[in-house]
Design a protein around this ligand. Structure first.
Ligand SMILES: [Mg+2]
Length: 275
């Protein structure tokens, strides 16, 4: 079998120059809360100049895709809904391929996630589900864990949006969706199918839709354990920006390093259009 040798710097650079899409994490890459990181209008103009399709790539399912579209518009950037991927959108795509149109779906998660899936035509149920989707639920209760546990024990397929253990908030770190997922995992002793990062499902769905191969895709993020790992697993170019969670020191001991480390998203855009 051919050994998978690491790419040289010039090979990495030429792979980057042939990129057709860049998957951009949101918080810590595009913005901090409500503040954009740099001039997004000018940065996205550089993506266009480079012929690279930007895709908003998030593990967050507590906001509707339209919310991100409006937020980008407020920063002067127009993007279409098919340039946004979240575990909620991945759930829609995976459920429609895997189950029949009258499938019964139970959501242990936010109201936005329920609203989104219900708007997509799925039948959301509180009993006898074909699939249980577990996600961040700020109103998590013991009874909700019991309900999910029973349906999964009775044969429902167990899906999770992500395993994020903590999340940034305005008041500091808070528990992430992984807390709800682990609760259900502990009592069912079942392993969920994970739709979000670091699993590559979200990148694959969008790439299939646009016809990109993983070599033509760049994963851009601020977090090693989600963004960079997803990119590494999918086999695409990885770019870590230094405007969020991780820095050169925090990833020093990782066996596989990102292909590129950029100060911020603008520096990455400049790299794409440089000679
Ligand atoms: Mg981030």
């Amino acid at each position: 079998m051919k050994e998978n040798l690491p790419l040289t710097n010039s090979e990495k650079y030429s792979k980057l120059k042939s990129a057709k899409a860049a998957f951009l994490d949101l918080d810590g890459v595009l913005w901090h809360g409500t503040e954009p990181i740099g001039n997004l209008e000018s940065i996205f103009a550089k993506f266009k100049q480079a012929g690279v399709l930007p895709v908003l790539w998030t593990n967050n399912s507590t906001h509707l895709p339209e919310t991100y579209q409006r937020k980008m518009e407020s920063f002067g950037v127009k993007i279409s809904l098919d340039q946004i991927i979240s575990p909620a959108i991945a759930a829609r795509d995976v459920f429609s391929t895997r189950f029949s149109s009258d499938a019964r779906i139970h959501v242990f998660g936010s109201d936005a996630l329920k609203e989104y899936l219900s708007d997509q035509g799925f039948k959301l149920v509180e009993e006898r589900a074909d699939a249980v989707l577990v996600s961040l639920d700020q109103d998590m209760t013991y009874r909700k864990v019991v309900k999910a546990m029973r349906m999964i024990s009775n044969g429902a397929v167990f899906f999770a949006t992500n395993l994020d253990h903590i999340l940034p908030s305005e008041k500091g770190w808070v528990p992430g969706g992984g807390v709800m997922v682990r609760a259900v995992q502990t009592c069912t002793q079942k392993t969920p199918i994970i739709l979000g990062k670091p699993e590559p499902i979200m990148m694959q769905l969008v790439s299939n839709q646009f016809g990109f191969s993983m070599d033509e895709v760049v994963a851009v993020g601020d977090r090693y354990d989600t963004d960079m790992l997803a990119g590494i697993r999918a086999g695409c170019t990885t770019v870590m920006v230094l405007t969020g969670v991780d820095n050169r020191d925090s990833i020093r001991n990782q066996e596989v390093q990102p292909d590129f480390i950029c100060e911020d998203l603008n520096a990455f855009a400049d790299l794409l259009i440089s000679d």
